[in-house]
Design a protein around this ligand. Sequence first.
Ligand SMILES: [Zn+2]
Length: 278
Amino acid sequence: MNRCVLRLLAALLFVTVLASAQEDPPIAPEDRIENWTNKTVLVFTPHPDDDTFLCGGTMAILAKNKNNVIVVIYTNDDKGSLDLEMTSERLARIRKAEEEKACEILGVPKENIHWLGYEDGNLEYADPQRLRGEAARFIKQYRPDAIFTIDPGSEHERWHKTDHRMAAFITQDAFIAAEWHLYYPQHLLVDGLKPYRVPVAYYYYTTEPNYTVDLSAAGVWEKKADACAAHVSQFEPSLSKYTPEMSAAAKKEVVSFFEEHSRDGDRFVERFRRLVEP
Ligand SMILES: [Zn+2]
């Protein structure tokens, strides 16, 4: 994430939280994420940080309550550095380690992270049919109770960069491909993966939130803040001149940013657009 994207993220988070002034439609207790246990949740993310920044608190709650949280990351994020000494190979390694650290803080083991390994900024230039098949395979394999992914809604297309646009649409298209066995028939014929209909999606980076996750439970916000700060190379000064550690002052700034954009009255929240049978 570069500085420009950080500004855009700020704008979007601000819109999302502002929209929280509207009341969510009523939700049955069994549909409250905070009450889930022993469920499987699949999180699709274009880069190894969008999941932390937008769903980190929710992931921490799910992991704490013994749900199986699986993360699928489309790109290796190997382009987003302003450090002229940085190479793509090194940056990909750094970003992988940072994501694994962030997930560990949130309670998600690195064995649960799947890297598709596409080049940062180039997801739209990958073969879409192959990409959709990869996403559909994960859905059929894990048969998740819920999926978290980028909102493909039109508001977002105005600013989302290539990987965000592509990840949003590919994941959405994979819902259909996972449901109908004649898409990618080899999944069933060769690997025995039966078709699967995604029951509910929670879209992040949304401008139409209708579902709020309260991060007030003990330790949840602290985990999210630490996980965000684990993405050291995404923030200054490490963005411009890589250093593996974040100073206390820099961490304070990062945490303040997320506090400011997650605050809803006297609590911190994450907001999603929830859609049943997406
Ligand atoms: Zn991103």
